[in-house]
Ligand binder design. Sequence first.
Ligand SMILES: [Zn+2]
Length: 274
Amino acid sequence: MPELPEVETIIHSLRPKVLGRTIERVDVLLDKVIREPEAEQFAKHISGRTITGVERRGKHLLFNITGSLVLIVHLRMTGRLLYVAPDLPRDKYTHVVFHLDNGKELRFHDMRQFGTMDLIPADRLKNFHSLNKLGPDALDPSLTRDVFKKMLKGRTGQIKKILLDQTFITGIGNIYANEILWKARIHPERSATSLTPRDLGRLYHAMREVLKTAIDHRGTTIRDYVDGEGNPGSFQELLAVHGRENQPCPLCGNFIVRVKNGGRSAYFCPSCQK
Ligand SMILES: [Zn+2]
């Protein structure tokens, strides 16, 4: 699933291509991708309008559209947004095609079909159901170390589950939660209430550093993630623990352990992470 660094990379790759472009028309090939309004209205409302901004909120992509509209895209498991030439053959996983005024196409491609799109008036964005419960973005400049510590104060439960909770902080998924906790030398099943101020400081800095480094390496491609031009990322080469069960910890050489936790795999180094 694309997490914060992957969505940020997709935005970096798409922004220079689609900014200022007018959407001439839209083909909706799979209605269920469009949640709001219904598919026919969606295509009608967005046609003839221009893309004026591309932003990210957690794992959501937000396209600002003339007429004070916002297109909200969530890629979920396998969704891709691809800027392509129209003669590139479409396969059966191409579900929405935006025809741009320069002759190119922006295609939504999704094997698992969990990805979604909503087109709403910009003034509804703040209260929109899939965004209004999200916590601050993990890279939000106003999320300082002190704010982070305050937010964790009084939180109970395992620290990894809290990091994955999008209503706490948005943008972190399983891969980066595993990497952040390794860097912070904190065991994924540690209870949040047991973390010292020093642990919390290390956790905060690990979160920022891991996410920024992953963006610098254009995200992590394990199965199917690619950016808006179809290029994979390279952070998978730098993963310390995620997906590395029985391989040596880069810090101490002991073997990485995998534990199933709430349906997801926690990977960690039992000697570095306490
Ligand atoms: Zn280790």
